[in-house]
Ligand binder design. Sequence first.
Ligand code: SF4
Ligand code: SF4
Length: 429
Amino acid sequence: MMQTIKEQGTPNLDCIHCGLCLSVCPTYLQLGSEVDSPRGRIYLMKAAEEGRISFSSPTFEKHMYLCLECRACESACPSGVKFSLMMNDARKAIRQTGDHARWERLLRRLVFRQLLPSRSLLRLNFRLLRFYQRSGIRKLVRASRMLRLFPKRLAEMESLLPEVPRAPRYRLPETPSVSALRKVALFEGCIMPELFGPVHEATVRVLGRNEASVCLPSAQTCCGALHLHDGEKTLAQELARKNIDAFERCPADFVIVNAAGCGAMLKEYWHLLGDDPAYAGRALEFSRKVKDVTEYLDSLGLNAKMGRLEVKVTYDDPCHLLHGQGIRAAPRNLLKRIPGLELIDLRDSDQCCGSAGIYNITHPEMAARILDDKIANIAQTGAQIVASGNPGCLMQIASGLRARNVPMQAIHPVQILDQTYQAWDLEKV
Ligand code: SF4
Ligand code: SF4
């Protein structure tokens, strides 16, 4: 398996420099500069690999981290270049050789090693945040304009945060019911239960309507995608091993994910752990079981006992569902089956929204430019709801809608399915 950019052999061999990826790359579209295109980044990686520039050079780091890892270039590439694998290794090399400020190293250690893998710390963090939002402190802070005293970045992060909902109300067993027709395990993720508990609740209800017994292995942890994309490959591998251990104890046929970024990561554990003799085969077995919730439901032939929803919906493809997992039709198929629902095409739905993990925090200006185009296209549809299957995209789009006063809701497709099943119950009363 591949360890370094060179061993992958891709920069100069697989890339034929055709440039077909340029017109789909969000940073190239915004800046028009070759070094901020996939092809230009590949040239830079090759130069670093050959020692012509340093992995620790600020210029190299800037162009590598300006990439959103949206993987649109992979979908466009006729040569099958696995750009994201190369980018992950380039970032790992940057982290290993770069001379980063002490505060930055401490912050990264805190977030990646302590916070993200710990459900209890995350829960505490989000409870405090919920208190801040609900107690009136936030109103006071905003009215007092106190945020102007802090770095601009902090104020931007504050405005991106959605309302922290109550803790999700599902209690799931560690293993699925033996007698159930379909046995699945839910991948919960790190921030999903804290910020998107209602999506998990809807997922559990919709799976139940489709005769699936859902369980929740309690030892599972963060998928490691944020770590990997930030160059922390070793940490991502540690988390992958923990998840494989946790799900192996559960006799489910499939691992269901409702966050596209996590799903793409889980489906690639086989590659991430390909050099680990103790885990390579187990990782492959695990990755084969992973299904996005829309992919799984579409493969079943959906329970058609649905109530009418007279609503106009448009759908935005999460990059890590479309380019990372090749799933385009499934969510649209499901939405089209809902009686009364009108699905409106979204222009450039395959273009990134600018969320990209923590990109909208690390690169707010570029993220905002990309988001502007996305919101303009969404607003043009005249829909009431924009559906998308990834928490980062939902947060990013919702913040763009709020900021531009577009009266639309951003929700997960599974929440719309949940609504149609609830409508069926009401119609039958
Ligand atoms: S991953 Fe996305 S942003 Fe990065 S080079 Fe490819 S298309 Fe451009
Ligand atoms: S589309 Fe593929 S082969 Fe062509 S320039 Fe881009 S990465 Fe290279």
